[in-house]
Each structure stands twice: as structure tokens, then as C-alpha cells.
Design a protein around this ligand. Sequence first.
Ligand code: SF4
Length: 123
Amino acid sequence: MSVMNSIKQLWGGAVEIFEWLRAGGNVVTFKEAQWRTNVCNTCSKNVEVGKLKLFIAWFVRKSLELKNRTNLRTRDAGSLGQCQDCGCVLRILVLEPQDRIEPFLTDGDRGRLPSFCWKLKKP
Ligand code: SF4
């Protein structure tokens, strides 16, 4: 991925997270987040993530925990990196409500994702 694409991806992710927090920061149930974590941990698109993104993700998770008044760290979250397909940090993505993700997937996205990917689930 080029540097320009990486910057665009980082910026797009930051805007999306800001919008999510601004809209109330609702998260999926812990059971759903754990299931997603388990799925991603078996997927070859779960790839290594940089320290900066992980640091930002930690702050985002803490903000979501404050808003939702609960611990949001799933079991084995330490094995989650970033999704190779969208570049999102999986520790955060597994918490995001399906109706914020699924409607925005393009046909191209759907074609690239493995059939077992939870992002393909209807909200
Ligand atoms: S493609 Fe789907 S299952 Fe695989 S790492 Fe990305 S979000 Fe997880």
C-alpha cells in the first residue's frame, strides 16, 4: 500500500471513529464482540498492526468503555491486529455495530472478504 493510501485510510478511519463516538458510541453485545474476535483470530486477513494505530485504538476503547460503562476487552483480543481488507484495527472494529459497517460495504468489498467474515452479516 502506498504512503498516500495509508494516510487516506488512517484519515478515513479517524473520521469514522469520531462519527461513531459522536453518535453515542454504542457497541455490540460482549457475546457478539467475542464471537467476532474468535472469527478474526482464525482469518488470514488478521495481520500485524503498527504501534501508533494500537495506541490510538487503546484510547478509542477507553472512550467507548467510559460511554458504555463496561470493560470491552474481549478474550484473546491481544491476537487481533488489523484487517488486511479495510485496514481497521480489529480490537475496535469487533465492537462496532453491524448497521455502521454492513451497509457501507461495496460489491468489491464483498467479493474480497472470506465467506465466514462477520462483516457480511446483515444488521
Ligand atoms: S476479513 Fe473479516 S474475519 Fe477476516 S480479519 Fe477482516 S474482519 Fe476479521
